[in-house]
Design a binder for this molecule. Structure first.
Ligand SMILES: [Zn+2]
Length: 335
């Protein structure tokens, strides 16, 4: 399906899953579009993810439901794959219009509450960023740029916290929760066992590698390590199809898992190369990794992902951290 499809456009997923429709909603990010899934059922419809709280996404969701002839009140269950605004943003709004209950992972529910309670730019920690080599000027600019981000989520509390392996119903589909920490600490996919299909949220994407963030605001000791473990579990599950939240679906998820693992191995190799001459801060390494012009939000994501690599490399013993003039730097272990 082309990424330029009109907002709100709906399609039925596959001949095997005729009760599942995709609704495409626009995003105010470089990623352009999210696919959310509406699943029919005699006792109410289920919705997997919801889009961000923007007027364009709300209109597109209204249009998509109208096209399918499904009123908001027909939705009885909303499942949130993870707490990011493009997935959780409209859950509170849909709940208000439908009375649906919201299901999500406990850890992501806690992280969402923390994010919503913090200051407007609540998920950056100036002290942490400064320690890791980011200039005060850039910290201020990023802080300003992130102020509107919280508005992309309508506040809500989950009605039910799900666990790995738990069976749930979305519409008429019986699905099991397949917890895949990494992209967020509580990211959860849904597995449809009869047809070996994984609704994979942002755990696997076909055209880009899902971001993995670490930092003082991410409540996990080793997000990249967790992600690589989740990828291994996905390879064992061996779904024949992964229905993604962004971009094309994945017809060979096992191969995509291999590609993403390889990408992270390669990235670690490049970080070792960058560190070969002297210790460097996370900011210096990030700047060396991403020479191209990228947006402020992407710079922050790049920094958080670089830090996730460094933590995983520390844990596997290839780098260690030192302190130099109030800065945290990383160096190769054999130095
Ligand atoms: Zn997403």
């Amino acid at each position: 399906m082309s990424p330029t499809s009109p907002p709100g456009r709906t399609t039925l997923v596959k001949e095997n899953l005729p009760m599942v429709a995709v609704i495409r909603l626009p995003l105010p990010f470089a990623l352009k579009e999210i696919k959310i899934y509406l699943i029919a059922g005699n006792h109410g419809y289920g919705l997997l993810d919801t889009g961000p709280n923007t007027e364009a996404a709300r209109k597109a969701l209204e249009a998509g439901l109208a096209q399918l002839g499904v009123p908001f009140e027909a939705i009885s269950t909303i499942f949130i794959s993870h707490y990011h605004s493009d997935h959780a943003g409209l859950a509170g709004w849909v709940k208000k219009r439908s009375g649906a209950k919201i299901l999500m992972d406990a850890q992501d529910s806690r992280d969402l509450a923390k994010f919503m309670k913090g200051s407007p730019a609540g998920f950056i920690d100036p002290h942490f960023l400064g320690q890791h080599g980011m200039s005060q000027e850039r910290i201020d600019i990023i802080g300003q740029a992130l102020i509107g981000l919280k508005d992309l989520i309508v506040p809500f509390a989950a009605d039910e916290l799900v666990q790995d392996g738990q069976d749930i119903y979305l519409g008429s589909l019986g699905l099991s929760c397949f917890r895949t920490p990494g992209h967020t600490p509580g990211h959860t996919c849904l597995y449809y066992e009869p047809d070996n299909i994984l609704f994979c949220g942002d755990h696997l994407l076909k055209e880009i590698t899902p971001t993995v963030s670490a930092g003082s605001k991410i409540d996990h000791p080793n997000p990249l390590g967790a992600y690589l473990d989740s990828l291994r579990r996905t390879a064992v599950l061996n779904p024949r199809l992964a229905l993604t939240a962004h971009g094309p679906d994945i017809a060979d998820p096992g191969q995509r898992v291999d590609e993403i693992v390889h990408h992270h191995d390669k990235r670690k190799g490049i970080i070792k190369f960058i560190l070969a001459d002297r210790p460097k801060t996370c900011q210096e390494i990030t700047s060396a990794l991403f020479l191209d012009e990228i947006s402020l939000l992407e710079k922050m994501i790049a920094f958080n992902e670089c830090y996730a690599h460094l933590i995983d490399m520390e844990m596997e013993g290839s780098v260690r951290r030192i302190e130099e003039q109030h800065l945290v730097k990383f160096c190769l272990r054999d130095n």
